[in-house]
Design a protein around this ligand. Structure first.
Ligand code: FES
Ligand code: FES
Length: 653
């Protein structure tokens, strides 16, 4: 075995003073000269190309970068590179070079403790540290040991199970055969079935886009708008262009094809075209020999803006006379989905009780642990290829071909391993710039977002404002539902039209209602664009529906579960969009949930039913009594009457 891990090939050359580092990494001696500002993670990943440990946040919060320095677990994104001079470093890449997988890694594999896998190398390192320090660690001590590591998709249960399993095998309390695959019975359901990609994830061997390197590779950085709405008056990139190592500078003028793309509405330029519409919009892209040079070039580019009036509230944006953000979208309405079934006004007039309420949901960041990244290159046959964790690659490929003005067979998208997406990587936001830079320079180009950039630029869950009106009979039967939903779509459409459709279709819930009226309106504003996020809009509207049913139950003095039991769709029901359903298992699902929750033992109206109060509410250490719709007062049964009727005021129909 060589005593030098890698020779030559440093990223140190550039505009920064350098420092020499001598260290032992995974048992091998290494010597490198790197920029003074490097952190340990830069040294390990960029200089040594050991990419098992990931960078999730760059701020010491997520734990993906955890590695050992002289046996001590550190967050390598926080440690300056000088810290490892003369030290011994252990990374996930070589944790058990003889056996392929350490006992802990085998236990993670066995227990299914990896989904996207981005957090798992850090988890394995933290678990290794915990069991090295305390081989008999209790579950609580294991939790404590993993307390600095975050997972967004596996959940912690299986991870903790895996560490306990490794602990017990190590101590001899459990035989090593426990690591073997469970015998498969008649079904995979309910079984611990090993994931095929788990060994690559628990060892850090799997490659995410930011882990990819190519010979002669350039690095991309982007100038982004500091303004929510402004006209671009002038871009001065001459100083940046003169910096040695800057290979190309791109603006919208470099787009050869049709520079309007989008999954549903083609409203987005690859780089801002004359106007910026949100803080963080890409204006100029740079590809350079090193990341440092690309950053220096970005800092040297001067963009002159003329600020324009901005819109941050979707209701204001719909007013006549409001600033128009896109010429084609009257009143800034990006998408208006309507559902009309039956005669809602007549049904409301016949209702015993009408309950009206407004619900708001907030914008939510996906916070996947893998920030956006991509690598683009031109292959020998002239085909431009982009590797990125795109969740919608076929569509991205078509959009890319139009942007590049190329036939589809000269454009390839390869979906790299997705380190968490949750819908947030469905919309294309940076792949076009990468492909353009690769074509222009004839060199591979890589772009890796920082966490700050990811939060600033990528789509969020749509904030909704939902005005809800429901008419019911005294016995709990819903006779009419009216929902008017206004969602902030942000500066570009992205997945907004699809989200509006789904929120409308699923909004009234799995309830058999003869008269339904839904308006679902996505509106352009100067906020960060909104997009897909787990459930594609259904979450927001269903949240309002379920809160509203609780409120209706309160008004009727009825058990909220009983209200749902009365109204759930059954076999033969017609959906709100008039689809005939042969078989519906909603009631069975509800009954199973009631049983699992022990609901009947403690429904809020137990006292109202003449039964003793359930004594595990509101006592020290017990859960709070049932609260409705985020309100803070406990349920109080009330007589239902027409006096409960709120005036119905719906202005958009
Ligand atoms: S803690 Fe270092 S990357 Fe998150
Ligand atoms: S598996 Fe933990 S973040 Fe995805």
């Amino acid at each position: 075995m060589s005593d030098t891990l890698l020779d030559g090939g440093t990223l140190a050359e550039g505009c920064h003073p350098t420092t020499e580092i001598n260290a032992t990494v995974n048992g091998r001696k290494v010597q490198r000269r790197v920029p003074n500002h490097y952190r340990v993670i830069d040294f390990v990943r960029e200089e040594l190309k050991l990419t098992g440990n990931k960078e999730g946040c760059g701020a010491g919060e997520c734990g993906t970068c955890s590695m050992f320095v002289d046996g001590k677990l550190i967050k390598s994104c926080l440690a300056p590179v000088q810290k490892i001079n003369g030290c011994s470093v252990e990374t996930i890449d070589d944790l058990d070079r003889d056996a392929g997988m350490s006992l802990l890694q085998q236990a993670f594999h066995k227990c299914g403790a990896s989904q996207c896998g981005y957090c798992i190398p850090g988890m394995v390192m933290a678990a290794t540290s915990t069991l090295r320090r305390n081989p008999g660690a209790s579950r609580d001590e294991i939790k404590e040991g993993l307390g600095g590591n975050i997972c967004r998709c596996t959940g912690y249960q299986k991870i903790l199970d895996a560490v306990e399993l490794a602990r017990d095998i190590q101590s001899g309390a459990v035989p090593a055969s426990a690591l073997e695959e469970d015998a498969e019975a008649h079904s995979f359901i309910g079984q611990r079935t090993r994931r095929l990609d788990a060994p690559a994830k628990v060892t850090g061997a799997i490659k995410y886009a930011a882990d990819m390197f190519m010979p002669n590779m350039l690095h991309m950085q982007v100038v982004r708008s500091p303004h929510p709405h402004a006209r671009i008056v002038r871009i001065d990139a001459e100083t940046a262009r003169a910096i040695p190592g800057v290979e190309c500078i791109l603006t919208c003028d470099d787009v050869p094809g049709v520079d309007n793309f989008g999954v549903f509405i083609e409203d987005q330029p690859t780089l801002a075209r004359g106007v910026v519409r949100y803080v963080g919009e890409a204006v100029v892209a740079v590809a350079a020999e090193t990341l440092d040079i690309a950053r220096a070039a970005v800092a040297a580019i001067h963009v002159e803006y003329e600020k324009l009036p901005s819109l941050f509230d979707p209701h204001t944006a719909m007013h006549d006379g409001a600033v128009q953000l896109h010429g084609f979208a009257q009143n800034n309405i990006c998408k208006h989905t309507r559902i009309r079934k039956g005669d809602v006004d007549a049904a409301l007039a016949s209702a015993d009780v009408i309950v009206e309420q407004t619900y708001d949901t907030q914008s939510v960041e996906h916070a996947y642990l893998e920030p956006e990244a991509g690598l683009a290159y031109v292959e020998a046959d002239g085909c431009v290829t982009v590797q990125s964790p795109s969740q919608n690659i076929t569509h991205h490929r078509h959009m890319l071909a139009r942007i590049l003005g190329r036939p589809i067979n000269k454009v390839r998208m390869i979906m790299s391993t997705v380190g968490g997406g949750f819908g947030g990587k469905e919309d294309m936001i940076y792949q076009g710039m990468l492909a353009l830079a690769a074509i222009k320079t004839r060199r591979p180009v890589r772009y890796v977002f920082t966490r700050e950039e990811s939060i600033k630029v990528s789509a969020k869950r749509h904030p909704f404002n939902i005005r809800y009106t429901m008419g019911l009979k005294r016995d709990g039967r819903i006779v009419a539902t009216k929902m008017v939903m206004v969602a902030d779509g942000g500066a570009y459409a992205l997945s907004t039209p699809g989200v509006m459709n789904k929120s409308a279709i699923l909004g009234p819930g799995p309830y058999d209602i003869a008269n339904v009226w839904v308006d679902s309106i996505g509106v352009y504003t100067n906020n960060t664009p909104s997009g897909a996020f787990r459930a594609f809009g259904a979450f927001q509207s269903e949240f309002a529906t379920e809160c509203h049913l609780d409120l209706c139950a309160q008004r009727l003095g009825m058990d909220p579960v009983a209200l749902r039991r009365i109204n759930l769709m059954r076999d033969g029901a017609t959906t709100h969009t008039r689809q005939q359903l042969d078989r519906v298992l909603a009631v069975e699902c509800l009954e199973a949930a009631i049983k699992a929750a022990g609901w009947d033992a403690g429904v809020p109206y137990r006292q109202g039913q003449g039964k003793p109060q359930r004594n595990d509410f509101n006592y020290e250490g017990s859960r709070q009594s049932y609260l409705i719709g985020g309100q803070t007062q406990p349920l109080v049964p009330r007589a239902s009457s027409k006096s409960d009727v709120h005036p119905v005021k719906i202005s958009i129909n």
